[in-house]
Ligand binder design. Structure first.
Ligand SMILES: [Zn+2]
Length: 410
């Protein structure tokens, strides 16, 4: 038993080492997802949710993979990785079942070079995994070639597969993984929604966190992701630009503080420059804190991906906090927006300041506006400051450094 386990661990490491050579990003993502060898899995592999931890997991059939080659396991892992990186498909897989999964598998396998380029390498005879659904399975599909797959979405292919009746054996293909299984301690991804409606969002968040962490790791190591299919690159770029922070939970902290602040609230006189902004706005402070975002626009924040990220964070904060000020600058205030009154549309001239950083102007504005809390978007390279005792959280951009003594979200 122990011998079998160490043999399985060995083949798993060998497959991962092969992957790191070719595609560092796949490796980096795969090492972050728990993997379990099971003796009770009736499929070569599957994706499940660990009921104890709620985490997405890769399940591998121990008896099958003991006999598999490292190449096979590599293909299995890459195939699962693509299922993981296409979380938008999960819901459709539940609704449409087998034929949708077949379409997914064909498109996925088209992206795995070992299958795409060497169809015979995984023939029925040589593969302990059974028949793999290779792109060549589409040779008989009217008006379709394996090459067309590269530019086809699963939504286009799936109805074709359903319609064509001269492909009767397509349903009999054993695919690399399956949509459903019953295992102690694990929920099949395809049953995930039945079990907990809406929880596919949780699953997507796990995927996004994993991708972000993997990309950051590669960046730190000075490595690239390796060659990726175009659609995957686009998907990853979109994930990286998106905000990963749960601001609804964060805001609770400021809501709790609100009543104490409010006892001493004294309305500042109307600002001559922004006359409509503060006066007399009565609101339910308990449910809806008034917040200020201070946006650091110093030189180190200008690179394209950092700027995109910061704008995505502001967008996400605004979605859960409609009573929001955004003030930006480097050493002096360059712009001020009250989002209740309109959109956040600073000009490039405002976004790119001079040199230096000193965000004190922002904390002074927080006091002046009498906000319930401040969220600072920065890389952390700032001199000392006085928050005027206003509850403050720092959201540090990738590569940035935390501010000691304060709440930081990295
Ligand atoms: Zn599959």
């Amino acid at each position: 038993m122990q011998k079998e386990q160490s043999q399985l661990d060995k083949i798993l490491s060998a497959a991962l080492i092969q992957i790191v050579d070719q595609r560092p990003l796949y490796y980096s993502i795969l090492t972050r997802i728990p993997k379990f060898f099971r003796n009770d899995l009736n499929r070569p592999c599957a994706l499940g949710i660990d009921q104890n931890t709620g985490r997405l997991s890769i399940l591998l059939n121990a008896p099958v993979l003991t006999a598999a080659s490292v190449d096979h396991l590599q293909v299995v892992l890459e195939h699962l990785l693509f299922h993981i990186l296409a979380p938008q498909h999960h819901e459709d897989r539940i609704k449409e079942g087998e034929s949708f999964h077949l379409a997914c598998d064909l498109i996925i396998n088209q992206n795995i070079s070992q299958i795409r380029d060497r169809p015979n390498a995984f023939s029925k005879k040589s593969s302990v995994l059974g028949k793999l659904l290779t792109p060549q399975a589409l040779t008989g599909l009217h008006g379709f070639s394996a090459e067309s797959l590269a530019s086809t979405s699963v939504y286009e292919l799936w109805p074709l597969l359903k319609k064509e009746n001269h492909l009767p054996d397509l349903e009999s293909y054993q695919t690399l993984d399956e949509t459903d299984f019953q295992l102690h301690n694990f929920v099949s991804i395809s049953r995930w929604q039945k079990l907990a409606p809406g929880n596919d969002i949780l699953l997507q968040n796990q995927v996004k966190h994993t991708v972000t962490a993997a990309m950051l790791e590669l960046h730190r190591l000075g490595k690239g992701p390796g060659r990726l299919p175009g659609n995957l690159s686009k998907y990853i770029t979109a994930i990286l630009a998106e905000s990963q922070i749960d601001y609804s939970s964060l805001l609770q902290k400021f809501v709790g503080r609100a009543p104490a602040n409010h006892k001493q609230r004294t309305w500042t006189r109307t600002n001559r420059k922004y006359p409509n902004l503060i006066k007399g706005s009565i609101r339910n402070a308990k449910e809806n804190p008034r917040m200020l975002v201070i946006m650091d626009t110093s030189g180190s924040m200008w690179d394209d991906s950092t700027l995109k990220k910061v704008l995505a964070e502001i967008d996400k904060i605004y979605r859960v906090c409609p009573d929001l000020w955004v003030i930006g600058g480097d050493v002096v205030e360059k712009f001020r927006y009250f989002l209740k009154k309109g959109a956040f549309t600073p000009s490039p001239r405002e976004l790119f300041g001079g040199g230096g950083t000193d965000l004190q102007f922002g904390f002074n504005a927080a006091k002046e506006l009498d906000v319930d809390g401040t969220i600072v978007l920065t890389d952390g390279a700032i001199p000392t400051f006085d928050t005027h005792k206003i509850e403050t959280t720092f959201v540090i951009v990738p590569e940035g450094i935390a501010i000691p003594g304060y709440d930081n979200i990295l």
